[in-house]
Design a binder for this molecule. Structure first.
Ligand code: HEC
Length: 171
């Protein structure tokens, strides 16, 4: 009787060495499989393969696009009134910066028949008028070309620098 009790207390489902090996292996493999399954589940939304439509170039570009965008083909909105006392900038004026800020919207693509930036043939007859005339037309406007490119806050010197930059590109 006592012997029976003794045997039961030590009874184990593992009876053979093979079973022991299997149990030890499972003790390693099962947790690993569970961890792999969990990580798969958690990262399933992060498919970075090119076949994922969310990873398509334009979808990505859309997500990371800057808040503002340049609209070509429309007149720029009316510029704010120039600051009282003039808006002469400190330091030398960079025509390229002014051009990119105020002129490229039209001249960059030749909008409204404006002489296209870098187009020698379009600029030759303009340049032939003389630089003073170009300055004057850029500052005061001519036909579809708005005064100061529509940016009244620019100083005359800034506009002249932008003209110099435009002319320099087609020389
Ligand atoms: C809203 C569009 C627009 C913007 C912005 C613009 N331009 Fe123009 N520009 C024109 C058009 C259109 C012409 C052609 C005018 C014509 O001869 O009929 C022109 C012509 C010119 C000419 C040649 C003038 C001449 O006598 O032949 C110069 C120089 C010029 N632009 C400089 C500038 C500069 C510098 C800026 C930026 C400060 C600027 N433009 C911004 C539309 C624009």
């Amino acid at each position: 009787m006592t012997e029976e009790v003794h045997i039961e207390a030590h009874e184990s489902p593992i009876k053979t060495p093979t079973q022991l090996v299997v149990v030890i292996l499972l003790a390693f493999l099962v947790p690993i499989a569970i961890i792999v399954a969990i990580s798969q589940y958690l990262t399933s939304g992060l498919d970075t393969s090119p076949s994922n439509p969310l990873m398509a170039e334009d979808a990505v570009a859309k997500r990371i696009k800057p808040a503002g965008e340049v609209v070509l083909g429309e007149a720029p909105p009316p510029a704010p009134a120039p600051a009282p006392g003039g808006s002469a900038p400190a330091g030398p004026v960079d025509g390229k910066v002014v051009y990119e800020k105020a002129c490229t919207a039209c001249h960059g693509a030749g909008i409204m028949n404006s002489p296209k930036t870098g187009d020698k043939a379009a600029w030759a007859p303009r340049i032939a008028q003389g630089k003073q005339t170009l300055y004057e037309h850029a500052i005061k406007g001519i036909r579809m070309m708005p005064a100061k490119g529509g940016n009244a806050a620019l100083s005359d010197n800034e506009v002249k620098a932008a003209v110099d930059y435009l002319v320099g590109l087609v020389k």
